[in-house]
Write a protein that binds this ligand. Sequence first.
Ligand SMILES: NC(=O)c1ccc[n+]([C@@H]2O[C@H](COP(=O)([O-])OP(=O)(O)OC[C@H]3O[C@@H](n4cnc5c(N)ncnc54)[C@H](O)[C@@H]3O)[C@@H](O)[C@H]2O)c1
Length: 392
Amino acid sequence: MPEGIGVAVIGAGMAGKAHASAYRTAPTLFKPTLPPVRLVSIGDINPEFGSAAARRFGYERTDSSWQAIAEADDIDVVSVVIANSLHREAVDGLLAAGKHVLCEKPLSDNLDDSRAMAATAAASSAIARVGFTFRRTPGIAYIRELIQSGVLGKVLHFSGRYWTDYASDPQAPMSWRYQGAAGSGALSDVGSHLSYIAEFLSGSTVSVQGGQLSTTIGSRPKPLGAVMGHDHAEVSDEYADVENDDYAAFSAEFEHGVGALEVSRVAAGHANSLNFEVFCENGAARFDQRRPAEIELFLNEGPSSRNGYRQVVLGPEHPYLSGGLAMDAPSTGFGQNEAFAYQARSFLDEVAGVDAAEALPVCASFDEGVHNMEMLAAVAESARADGKKVSL
Ligand SMILES: NC(=O)c1ccc[n+]([C@@H]2O[C@H](COP(=O)([O-])OP(=O)(O)OC[C@H]3O[C@@H](n4cnc5c(N)ncnc54)[C@H](O)[C@@H]3O)[C@@H](O)[C@H]2O)c1
């Protein structure tokens, strides 16, 4: 057996490339405490995508099936970054082969499969985690600290939206994202992130109500070739029905406070707008994903004529950044790609059993992935019943 940790990524699409790059960067973050990380294989059924990513990110080879990766004895750790409906088969097979698995969110496209995956993970001695990437985003982590330390105090009201525009053009090609039951569209794709963040700050969901799931563009042209991520590939003049939601909204009662969440994939001009505002006992905070290492903070202090939101730019003193970034000087920036690298580092630390001295939180468990799916399923149930309240 070669020494160190052998890594593979299954899926060389939009997010697969982020995982491939993240494993390359992960050992360079913080102190050099990890054993050598070997970039072994990129697995994709599309050989062109697989070999291009392997060359670009310096992986030794490509494989065209997850089975080949499961059987390989030079691979220890695998990211599963393929369509949600394909997660279960690959994850179950990889865990059965003893691989440590980091599966992309949402855990699956349906609740039954996600529960079965969590049962497989519980019975396995391998580590199984879900990629809720925003868990280590500095601005979000900082707001959580301000809530928990009492500076902001308990959450009273969370208002969040995750607007994207990848489906706003009716000519955007049909892909796996548009297929599946109601709730497996925007709600599952970006709502999984937003609901995870809402609970990260406000505690577990008690109930949801006012669920609405809407398809606004009913059919889409079939692509002439393979489609990666949100690419506008060439299309044919044949159309297929969009099966799931372009837009979803609901309100929720959390352990602490209440909230309203809205997600969309047809919000023209908002390619990737994750914004929220959280109102607490002692003030409020605002977050915008386009500036993930800063927040706006309002504290109930002083006369209202001189009080207002202030901008707080997080520097290298933030525990997740300190000693992490190659140049850890103030305002050197942190973006969504860094969040994948931090996630990969946390997963490799856990697999290697090294003490994560920098206190990066471990990746979410499959049970947390199931809980997230239960919340989304409750929203779909509420939407089917004209917005009725559904308890969790
Ligand atoms: N955490 C995040 O911020 C984030 C962002 C985007 C996507 N995602 C998640 O990542 C996953 C993939 O999304 P994407 O946008 O990268 O999709 P994508 O369509 O861009 O890529 C999927 C890739 O999987 C390949 N593929 C299909 N079937 C396969 C199989 N059986 N074996 C191996 N490869 C196969 C395709 O050829 C394609 O290259 C989804 O679960 C999605 O929710 C997460």
